[in-house]
Design a binder for this molecule. Structure first.
Ligand SMILES: NC(=O)c1ccc[n+]([C@@H]2O[C@H](COP(=O)([O-])OP(=O)(O)OC[C@H]3O[C@@H](n4cnc5c(N)ncnc54)[C@H](O)[C@@H]3O)[C@@H](O)[C@H]2O)c1
Ligand SMILES: [Zn+2]
Length: 403
């Protein structure tokens, strides 16, 4: 008979009357570099080759490259330029096979055939766990290639070149990937930190204005929950940011990326094991609005509406001083972002606003109790576990008047 009392703190073996359990614990330190540059594929720019040579500097490293089709239309000389860069650094890098063009936007995440073809491309190129898989594109392409990379050989070295404002200031610098499945966005995916991220401002030159603007909302979001001084700076420089003056946009992207990275490194839950989604301020409504508008609203646009809604809600809930809502709305508008969507007014068969179903989706995604980030001040996010539908209704009516 095992002694039920013998389980002591610090012991790696636990006993009960029923079992002897060996407790296995270890931790893994992750490191990846997020670099900011301009014109990474100028043969004289050493950044990529230096990153590739970080491990085994004298080896000739094998590379597979995937690129977003939208980017190849916008920058037609990019593919040959990448090939020339790799050839120029041929002592350290070997491009295996052609550069693979993959569809951009949600299309690449919706049809699993694309990820399967990527995996077949990796097999054909005999990519191994020490080879590099480079992805250049918007958040959707990075998500899909990142997913393929995480599966292949249980994970190979992955270098990202985010090509939209949103991917550079938020999604591309993080640790998640996903594809859509069974009618649900991001249902299949992994937490897989990249080998490195290169934010190349030249990739944004040909990005359509609407896409550029959409990515700014994530910077407003992270400023509101984490960094009041950054929010003040964005307010003071709103015209320059809205005009996409290079210095202003550069600073916005860098600070936003830095704040997102800090949350992952220091927030205590990089792989989202708990119930909170601390960076997802404004997102419970945003995700639902994307679906309700059949993706007419870009993710960043939906986030802007979600931020406006949750800021007003924070005031109505007594968490945030009145007036801050007007201030946040004014900045979003000056940045050319929407603060209203007609989808907020859609009702279900019971007369309830359809957007509020987003709260349940939000809770279900993590599986724990509902946790929503609201504002207690500019730069101060707070978590709450209950949302009052009457206050949501009041916030929506307030927004409609200001749309
Ligand atoms: N993994 C994460 O943590 C995370 C976080 C937030 C969002 N996301 C995902 O990111 C996706 C949205 O990404 P997005 O906003 O970057 O847009 P996107 O990837 O959907 O791209 C939008 C469009 O722009 C094109 N494009 C991309 N870069 C371009 C460029 N430089 N010039 C011209 N056209 C270009 C694409 O081909 C596409 O048609 C969503 O699928 C979302 O779920 C992931
Ligand atoms: Zn987002």
């Amino acid at each position: 008979m095992l002694d039920p009392q013998r389980h002591q703190a610090g012991h790696d073996t636990a006993y009960s009357a029923w079992a002897e359990t060996h407790v296995q614990t270890f931790s893994v330190a992750y490191r990846y570099d997020v670099a900011f540059t301009r014109d990474a594929f100028d043969p004289e720019n050493p950044l990529l080759v230096d990153i590739i040579r970080r491990i085994e500097p004298d080896k000739r490293h094998r590379l597979a490259v995937f690129i977003d089709e939208g980017l190849t239309f916008a920058l037609p000389k990019l593919v040959p330029r990448i090939a020339r860069y790799i050839a120029h650094h041929g002592r350290s890098m070997d491009l295996v096979g052609d550069i693979v063009v993959v569809p951009g936007g949600e299309a690449v995440k919706n049809d699993h055939g694309h990820v399967e073809r990527m995996l077949a491309d990796l097999v054909a190129r005999r990519i191994d766990r020490h080879s590099y898989v480079v992805a250049i594109g918007g958040g959707a392409v990075l998500d899909a290639v990142g997913f393929a990379c995480a599966l292949f050989h249980r994970g190979c070295r992955h270098i990202r070149f985010p090509a939209t404002v949103l991917a550079q200031d938020d999604s591309g610098v993080g640790v998640k990937n996903a594809i859509n499945a069974y009618g649900q966005k991001n249902l299949l995916g992994t937490f897989a930190p990249p080998f490195a991220v290169i934010n190349d401002s030249a990739l944004l030159d040909a990005l359509p204005l609407r896409e550029k603007r959409a990515g700014l909302s994530e910077a407003v979001k992270v400023a509101l929950i984490r960094d009041g001084a950054f929010f003040d700076w964005m307010e003071a420089n709103a015209d320059a940011i809205a005009a996409f003056e290079p210095n202003a946009v550069d600073r916005t992207i860098r600070r936003s990326a830095e704040l997102h990275m800090r949350q992952i490194a220091l927030g205590g839950d990089p792989f989202e094991m708990g119930s909170a989604r601390p960076l997802d301020f404004g997102h419970w409504a945003a995700h639902k609005l994307e679906v309700l508008t059949r993706h007419d609203l870009r993710h960043g646009e939906a986030v802007a509406v979600g931020i406006a809604l949750d800021t007003r809600y924070s005031v109505l809930a007594g968490l945030l001083p009145a007036g801050t809502d007007e201030r946040v709305l004014a900045l979003l508008k000056r940045l050319g972002l929407p603060v209203w969507s007609d989808a907020l007014d859609l009702l279900d068969m019971h007369g309830c606003r359809r957007v509020t179903a987003g709260l349940n989706d939000f809770r279900e995604h993590l599986g724990g109790e509902l946790t929503v980030t609201l504002l207690a001040g500019v730069g101060r996010g707070v978590e709450v576990h209950e949302i009052d539908p009457h206050l949501v209704d009041g916030a929506i009516r307030w927004l409609k008047k200001r749309a």
